[in-house]
Design a protein around this ligand. Structure first.
Ligand SMILES: Cc1cc2nc3c(=O)[nH]c(=O)nc-3n(C[C@H](O)[C@H](O)[C@H](O)COP(=O)(O)OP(=O)(O)OC[C@H]3O[C@@H](n4cnc5c(N)ncnc54)[C@H](O)[C@@H]3O)c2cc1C
Ligand code: FES
Length: 265
């Protein structure tokens, strides 16, 4: 498959918290192709490697990216001004399996919250959203989710807003009878969600984060161990993911067996 880099105009830009930015990029062709759970690779001035950012939403011609400034690359991205061009490769990866008529629980943790917006929108009133944050000041996109989904539950680790505790607490109350769970966030959160989904027999998909280089399956930079039947194998987060079935993820650190070496003589 050929991946083209394309220019998008930054048509709107908002600062959601001291470190989180909301970019609206106009590119009708890419917007039309983009599916929930996919990501884009953003070209950063003076950096060789592009930075992967999930698609938060698509509205008409516009792709929305919400990102946190973590290091030099995202700090440079945040300096882009409205009217300037952002070069992206998109859409990349495989997104979530979604059926609009199914009761689907969407769970986001911290900066894993943005990709759940476009995903939850697909299920509308059948979507139950549980978004977890460290504290009240970190809460983002609450009004967007309230407009997109049937029900929205917010949790904070310190109890300063919404339910005091982790996302798994309200999940225990809504999981029974759910058709599907989609989640994105820190690995310990995803691991606990996967465990609950297995206990209740609810199909669950998780979006994994891994440091990336090429973003298109060419460099082996983003390998993750997953189960394939009885075997553990490496897959690319960029090409085979970022969304995987929670049952396939090697949560306990299992690694693929090295190939057997034949003894000479
Ligand atoms: C598929 C995918 C989707 C993503 N979607 C989003 C998103 O929607 N919003 C968002 O804010 N961020 C997202 N990220 C993370 C984002 O790509 C990194 O924060 C960014 O590349 C950091 O670049 P930097 O130059 O600012 O930081 P660097 O200087 O490269 O690193 C700064 C710090 O961030 C950590 N870091 C860097 N890259 C990653 C990574 N890929 N995963 C975990 N930690 C990392 C480093 O270990 C280091 O501690 C996503 C990552 C992936 C793989
Ligand atoms: S980032 Fe190069 S193979 Fe995934």
């Amino acid at each position: 498959m050929k991946y083209d880099a394309q220019d998008c105009e930054l048509v709107e830009k908002y600062q959601l918290t001291p470190t989180i930015y909301d970019f609206r990029l106009r590119n009708p062709a890419l917007a039309a192709l983009t599916k929930p759970g996919q990501f884009v690779q953003v070209l950063v001035p003076s950096k060789t490697l592009r930075r992967p950012i999930s698609v938060c939403d698509v509205e008409g011609d516009v792709i929305r990216l919400v990102f946190e400034v973590r290091g030099e690359g995202t700090a440079l991205m945040a300096q882009t001004r409205v009217g300037e061009t952002v070069n992206i490769i998109a859409p990349l990866g495989h997104g979530f399996t979604l059926h609009p008529n199914e009761k689907t629980i969407f769970i986001g943790g911290g900066i894993g919250v943005p990709p759940m917006l476009y995903s939850a929108k697909q299920c509308g009133s059948n979507a139950i959203v549980i978004n977890g944050f460290r504290h009240k000041e970190a809460v983002i996109l609450e009004e967007d989710f309230r407009q997109a989904a049937g029900r929205v539950i917010i949790t904070t680790d310190d109890g300063s807003y919404g339910i005091h505790g982790f996302v798994t607490q309200p999940l225990a109350e809504v999981i029974e009878g759910a058709d599907r769970i989609c989640a994105c966030g820190p690995t310990p959160m995803l691991r606990n969600i996967a465990k609950m989904a297995q206990q209740y027999g609810v199909p669950c998909e998780v979006s994994l984060e891994q440091r990336m280089a090429c973003g298109v399956g060419a460099c082996l930079g983003c390998a993750v161990a997953v189960k394939d039947g009885d075997r553990v194998v490496y897959r690319h987060v960029c090409k085979d993911g970022p969304v995987f079935s929670s049952e396939a993820v090697a949560w306990d650190g299992e690694k693929p067996q090295p190939p057997a070496v034949k003894k000479e003589g």
